[in-house]
Design a protein around this ligand. Structure first.
Ligand code: ZN
Length: 134
């Protein structure tokens, strides 16, 4: 199944935990794994703190500090920093499902990472029931 995500900023982390949980609920998988894939080259996914919004802000600030727009970049689109940030964050996450619920820590949220927005984006969510090996 797909989740649609609309981003409103050039660089932005969007909490998609509730959307992913709704997809898990629709899937009827009770115990297994939820695999989320971001099919974009200038976006990513990460799991991090959902309590203090300054954590998300600080992650974006750190990425801006780590990934500079270098004069030697050749990519014709001019968005190489977005591609580098995408690779740093990665494009997939796997979360266990137990009794139909994502097994995230109390302070964990799933974040779609936009690095070349604003845009309309998509995440693929695949839920797989674990085999019963009794
Ligand atoms: Zn590009």
């Amino acid at each position: 199944m797909q989740i649609n995500i609309s981003t409103s900023k050039n660089n932005q982390l969007v909490n998609i935990t509730q959307d992913v949980q709704e997809t898990v609920t629709k899937s009827d998988v009770s115990n297994g794994i939820c695999f989320v894939h971001i099919a974009h080259t200038t976006a990513g996914i990460t799991i991090n703190e959902n309590a203090d919004p300054d954590v998300v802000r600080d992650i974006l600030l750190s990425l801006d500090d780590i990934v500079k727009n270098l004069s030697g970049f050749r990519h014709y689109e001019g968005n190489s920093t977005a591609h580098v940030k995408s690779s740093l964050m990665g494009n997939s996450a796997s979360i266990p499902i137990q009794n139909g619920k994502l097994q995230l820590g109390t302070w964990q949220g799933i974040y779609f990472c936009e690095f070349d927005g604003p845009r309309s984006r998509k995440a693929w969510v695949t839920c797989v029931e674990e085999l019963n090996n009794q």
